[in-house]
Ligand binder design. Structure first.
Ligand code: ZN
Length: 62
């Protein structure tokens, strides 16, 4: 098992330990898992996470 497949496996099985939501230059918020690096949209008004942001991560990985 190489590093890349190991990382994908950890992303799938990760229980997620999210850091404090951070603001993006466009005014939106996102929250990143400190364990696997998964990034999710964060709705500051509703105080909850939204859908996962995948395109940014995929471009870096492949
Ligand atoms: Zn995670």
């Amino acid at each position: 098992m190489n590093f890349k497949s190991l990382k994908i496996f950890s992303m799938m099985s990760c229980s997620h330990d999210f850091a404090f939501p951070r603001s993006a230059p466009d005014g939106s918020y996102s929250q990143v898992c400190r364990l696997c690096g998964a990034e999710y949209e964060y709705d500051w008004q509703e105080m909850r996470r939204k859908k996962r942001i995948v395109d940014r991560v995929v471009k870096q990985e492949i």
